[in-house]
Design a protein around this ligand. Structure first.
Ligand SMILES: Cc1cc2nc3c(=O)[nH]c(=O)nc-3n(C[C@H](O)[C@H](O)[C@H](O)COP(=O)(O)OP(=O)(O)OC[C@H]3O[C@@H](n4cnc5c(N)ncnc54)[C@H](O)[C@@H]3O)c2cc1C
Length: 412
């Protein structure tokens, strides 16, 4: 049945979902307080990281975390002003890393990622999006035998999930795929079926343009609250009140604030990430590189190089600390001798993160006319197309392509 569906949030999750709802015949209005690809979806590393099946909360991670936290500019940090606020989330994160729960979460992440890989193929064909993709693969780099050996269980997991890869055990083999790396990297794993966008912002803008050309609407409005009414949902915006038969909440790291107005309490936090984008000619980067032990990556963006990563558990309102981006760039210059570090643009983005590393996809427990689609953490771009297909089915009260129970908002 055709009905008016409002999608809150014009990031990669909201816009991809809006396109899918439109494909299913709905009249779709997207609302965003800033505009298309304004937040995390604008400046991320641009990877469709389909080989990343492992949730962040791995068994043993809590043993490593204190060491990382010792360095205030290290890969993981908690600003003192936010330490108490984040404690309940950290406790849930720890619970998610226990071996029994980890196994379930691994399955949930792998199924959503696999669905998303297939769904992206369908999406790319329907929006003529191939020109915005780079199919160069990814190389994960290790310093020395010990670090490489420690990574082998993760490669075994990928093998079990049917992910193609090649392990490289000498700097010479590494250099054949990516010349110009520091010789400290002695081992690597190469995943050919890893895709990147030319630019994540352009990707979402392209999807938004297709959506508009097919009759969709995007309006700039800030949503303050929602409430159920007869036959639908009342949406209170900063400037006026709207109505919709169904609402999808895809407001990234701010989604829990909107959900709370319906009475749903969801432990969404943000993992703030940093990067610097260098112009064309900065380095001859042949593929996406992951510096495993240092929590950052180098990706090709619009012919330039984006160096970024890090996790700062600092909430939505503390000002950015761009020293983090400086530190990553300095390390990148050591790892990629010859990297031209001038002329870069720094950025900080809010990953929307749930403590068990998988998103909320499913109806609001308080109001079934509202469907949640948020909390994709490090993998929002990667999991966007699969999320959209699941939400489409949920809005139409059909069975989604994979079971939604692991992603339910009621799991907390
Ligand atoms: C440094 C970094 C690197 C990353 N690299 C990758 C990567 O390579 N691959 C990958 O898959 N993922 C990556 N991610 C994660 C990815 O960026 C996010 O998971 C994804 O962008 C989340 O998309 P979203 O649409 O849920 O949220 P967002 O893109 O944040 O969009 C949410 C939208 O909701 C709007 N909004 C919020 N509140 C309201 C309101 N009250 N009213 C109206 N509008 C509202 C905002 O304006 C915003 O436009 C990275 C993230 C970071 C920070």
């Amino acid at each position: 049945m055709t009905q008016r569906v409002v999608v809150i949030g014009a990031g990669v999750i909201g816009i991809t979902t809006a396109l899918e709802l439109q494909r299913r015949g709905h009249s779709v209005l997207v609302l965003d307080r800033i505009g298309v690809a304004a937040e995390a979806s604008a400046g991320n590393a641009g990877a469709f990281a389909f080989p990343e099946v492992e949730p962040l909360a791995t068994p043993g991670i809590m043993r490593k975390a204190p060491k990382w936290l010792l360095d205030p500019l290290g890969p993981l940090s908690i600003p003192p002003a936010y330490a108490l606020r984040i404690a309940p989330w950290m406790y849930r994160f720890w619970r998610a890393s226990r071996p029994d729960r980890y196994g379930e979460l691994l399955g949930a992440q792998a199924r959503l990622t696999d669905l998303s890989r297939q769904a992206l193929g369908r999406l790319v064909a329907s929006v003529n999006g191939e020109g915005l993709l780079q199919r160069d693969g990814q190389m994960q780099l290790y310093e020395g035998e010990a670090e490489f050996r420690a990574s082998l269980p993760t490669w075994d997991l990928r093998r079990k999930h049917g992910i193609e890869f090649e392990l490289l055990e000498s700097p010479v083999d590494i250099a054949k795929k990516q010349p110009g790396l520091s010789s400290r990297f002695t081992h690597a794993g190469f995943t050919p079926n890893w895709l990147n966008t030319v630019d994540p912002k352009s990707w979402v803008e392209h999807l938004a343009e297709v959506f508009l050309n097919r009759g969709g609407q995007i309006q700039r409005r800030e949503i303050r609250a929602m409430s159920p009414v007869e036959n639908g949902i009342r949406i209170v915006c900063a400037d006026e009140t709207l109505g919709a038969a169904k609402v999808v909440v895809a407001a990234g790291a701010w989604s829990h604030q909107i959900a709370q107005t319906l009475g749903d309490r969801i432990p969404l936090e943000t993992e703030r990430g940093y990067n610097t984008t260098l112009p064309k000619g900065a380095f001859d980067l042949r593929m996406h590189l992951t510096f495993s032990g240092h929590g950052f990556v180098a990706s090709k963006i619009n012919g330039g190089v984006r160096i970024g990563g890090a996790v700062e558990l600092g909430g939505l309102s503390l000002p950015p600390n761009f020293k983090r981006a400086d530190v990553l760039l300095k390390k990148a210059a050591e790892f990629l001798p010859g990297l031209k570090t001038d002329g870069g643009t720094q950025w900080m983005g809010f990953r929307p993160s749930l403590p068990d590393s998988i998103p909320v996809i499913g109806p609001s427990p308080k109001s079934p006319q509202v469907v949640y689609a948020f909390g994709h953490g490090h993998l929002g771009l990667t999991q966007s197309a699969g999320t959209a297909e699941m939400v489409g089915a949920l809005v139409d009260r059909q069975s989604p392509p994979i079971s939604v129970s692991p992603y339910a908002a009621t799991r907390f």
